[in-house]
Design a protein. Structure first.
Length: 442
């Protein structure tokens, strides 16, 4: 499930970044310009940038954590000494319906991937049921279909091969093959599967196919074919049923009116290239958004398995504070990604109740207004007992010592499992020590 959750969060950030840039793309009118070469490059660049930017929060999420417990400690003065008067555990409210959203996303992703696989199988079946022609790269289909190309192959019916528009069709589809437009479509279909709940990729794919067709039409014009005859061929094919797959470049795909207009447009009369810089602020804004600490915290909190091997922070614990030394057992056999994570007896709710009952705010830390979050890891052994403990991050040694003391009080967990067998697993626990606002300070 954590893999699906990771993909879900990744898709959200990918979709956010891409949607911001797509909005500028639409509002600035860049999609309507005649510079189809630059248009294709911009679309692919937007998708690539969004894919890389979405990785940033995962890179920032350096700690593996479970749901966070916030411990509020109220301290009052009694006989000139600071003592703990009340301890209240306030469990951080989880994202509403996160597990349900992940489940729904996983179902949608599975359906989208199955649809993609079915589309690929359909294209391959159509191609390899067609017979090879004496012309390299050309396959002749037994049934009447609109010509299309995919993966370096051109497929057309026998009627089109023997018809007057054969040279124009070959010139058109050869451009698609030579420029490998099928790779563009495949990449956007994969991106569309990841963000199946957003229409952004579908809109960009439609724009990209338009640019593909503009480029292919320009190739036909450059080949010396009669423009009027070719335009009549497009109109004729527009009345035919299009090859039913968004993975291929089909002759009658896209608006015929726009394509004919583009053929009659002077490609040198373009808008200034400086207009394309309008995408830069959107890209920077999206990058700033996905680089925020809040998103990194969300990834870290919701995907515990992202990091298991963080380096610990050395903490010196005095004998008075921590009589027992931290365990130094062999960690070679610790499972990094168990199928089932260890569970505290009674679940998370009981875990936070136990923490609230047994936590003690260090007196000196309270007097000196020392607050912050301690993140520690401990090994849940095969029998459920707590093994090695290490501090990953801490603002103060006394807070670290208290966190270690608390963990050593834990009863046995239900151990993690792989293939139904208990295994040793790292368990990461963050504890936030926070003083009430009305606490006297030194």
């Amino acid at each position: 499930m954590w893999i699906i959750a990771s993909l879900f969060l990744y898709s959200l950030m990918f979709g956010l970044t891409l949607t911001l840039m797509w909005g500028v793309w639409r509002l600035s009118g860049l999609r309507n310009k005649a510079d189809f070469k630059t248009g294709r490059l911009l679309i692919l660049s937007m998708v690539g940038f969004a894919a890389l930017a979405a990785v940033v929060p995962f890179h920032q999420a350096r700690q593996m954590v479970v749901d966070e417990a916030v411990v509020d400690v109220e301290v009052v003065a009694m006989d000139a000494e600071m003592t703990v008067a009340d301890i209240v555990a306030d469990t951080q409210t989880p994202l509403i319906g996160f597990d349900a959203l992940v489940t729904a996303y996983g179902v949608g992703l599975a359906v989208s991937l199955l649809w993609l696989i079915g589309s690929l199988a359909y294209v391959w079946r159509m191609m390899f049921r067609s017979r090879r022609s004496e012309i390299p790269g050309l396959r002749i289909c037994r049934r009447a279909i609109v010509p299309f190309s995919w993966g370096g192959w051109i497929v057309m019916s026998a009627a089109d091969r023997d018809g007057p528009g054969f040279n124009s069709i070959m010139a058109h589809e050869s451009v698609h093959c030579r420029k490998q437009h099928w790779l563009d479509l495949l990449a956007l279909r994969v991106a569309g599967c990841l963000t199946w709940y957003l229409p952004t990729v579908r809109f960009l794919r439609a724009d990209l196919i338009d640019f593909h067709e503009y480029a292919a039409d320009a190739g036909v014009m450059d080949s010396g074919c009669d423009p009027e005859a070719y335009q009549m061929l497009l109109i004729e094919k527009a009345t035919h049923r299009r090859f039913n797959s968004s993975l291929v470049n089909s002759l009658n795909y896209s608006s015929i009116k726009k394509r004919i207009t583009m053929m009659q447009t002077n490609q040198t009369a373009r808008c200034g290239r400086g207009r394309y810089l309008a995408l830069l602020p959107a890209a920077l804004l999206a990058l700033a958004a996905v680089s925020s600490q809040a998103l990194a915290d969300t990834v870290r909190d919701r995907i515990p398995q992202i990091a298991h091997d963080q380096e610990s922070v050395d903490v010196t614990v005095t004998e008075a504070q921590e009589p027992a030394s931290v365990s130094e057992q062999n960690t070679d056999d610790i499972e990094a990604q168990p199928e089932v994570m260890p569970v505290f007896q009674g679940g998370y709710e009981k875990l936070w109740e136990f923490i609230a009952k047994n936590i003690r705010y260090p007196e000196n830390a309270a007097i000196n207004n020392v607050q912050g979050r301690v993140v520690l890891q401990f090994v849940v052994e095969k029998d459920g007992s707590v093994g090695e403990i290490k501090i990953l991050r801490s603002p103060d040694e006394e807070l670290s010592a208290e966190a270690i003391r608390l963990v050593k009080l834990f009863p046995k967990f239900t151990p993690g499992k792989v293939n139904g067998e208990p295994v040793r697993v790292w368990y990461t626990l963050p504890l936030t020590f926070r003083l009430s606002s009305d606490i006297p300070q030194k």
